[in-house]
Design a protein. Structure first.
Length: 278
């Protein structure tokens, strides 16, 4: 009779965590930034059908990286929780903190269960308040822990490098255009330190705008509005001092090339994005 193979609980949990981290690292990054009028979500996502950023409730939004089918199930569960709680009690009782706790319990239970694999997802839950100091941003890794974030946060394949870039440059009181510019710059940096050009067709952008008169504060930035904001960013780069003229010209050229070739490139990226990882 052979001896059963034994793996210590510590090693089993470490292996599960490594498995989940590798899956998340293959997904495209998402950046969330506070700005003067709310919170902006910027994701690299050429697909127009599969969203990485979504509305949950009046003032609450959700962003995720990893296996699409897994975080989509979590999103749907969050919407049901918010609708039921708001209907049973009051709309004001639906908070990002409560939703983050629900997600943490779900992810933690799945991660510690030996009967199924851990979810290969990392989530961000954000709520916009009536003032910037009341905004809430929570990051939820694969193991169900909750990290309370302030100012800026990044998740996905290149999150560490992007977070370091954001920490050095993000400041309070940024406008939406400034925050979007910073987010796109951070997502454009690759792992070896180089930069690439991201066009409007490759981005998914949404905001929680506290200045909106309606109860629902979530709004997607699409089409011409997004292109105009990105064009303003490119124009601002072209007007830098003469000492940076060569660099500015290179950025402008890259932007023109990305816009001119968006048909073929957008299709290729979209085809890849339709896979299980986002």
């Amino acid at each position: 009779m052979s001896t059963p193979f034994y793996v210590s609980p510590q090693q089993a949990m470490a292996d599960r965590a490594e498995y989940a981290r590798k899956g998340i690292a293959r997904g495209r990054s998402v950046v969330v930034l506070q700005y003067t009028d709310g919170v902006v979500f910027v994701a690299e996502n050429p697909s127009r059908a599969l969203h990485k950023v979504s509305e949950i409730y009046d003032r609450i939004a959700f962003a995720a990286v990893g296996k699409y089918n897994e975080f989509e199930n979590l999103r749907i569960g969050g919407v049901r929780y918010a609708d039921l709680r708001g209907y049973t009690y009051d709309r004001e009782d639906v908070t990002a903190r409560g939703l983050a706790n629900v997600y943490a319990q779900t992810l933690g239970t799945i991660f510690s269960s030996a009967a199924e694999k851990p979810y290969e997802v990392e989530l961000i839950v954000a709520e916009v308040g009536s003032a910037p100091e009341e905004d809430q941003i929570y990051r939820l890794p694969h193991d169900g822990s909750i990290v309370d974030e302030h100012g800026s946060v990044a998740v996905g394949g290149n999150a560490d490098q992007i977070s370091s870039y954001l920490d050095q440059r993000h400041r309070d009181g940024m406008t939406l255009a400034e925050a979007l510019k910073l987010a796109v710059e951070s997502l454009s940096r690759d792992t070896n330190g180089g930069e690439r050009t991201l066009t409007a067709e490759q981005l998914e952008v949404a905001t929680l705008d506290r200045t909106r008169p309606q109860q629902r504060k979530f709004k997607r930035i699409l089409g011409r509005q997004l292109s105009r904001l990105l064009d303003e960013h490119a124009a601002a780069g072209a007007k830098e001092p003469a000492a940076d003229a060569d660099a500015g010209a290179g950025e402008a050229g890259a932007s023109d090339e990305g816009t001119g070739g968006k048909g073929a490139k957008g299709k290729d990226d979209s085809d890849g994005e339709s896979g299980p990882l986002l």
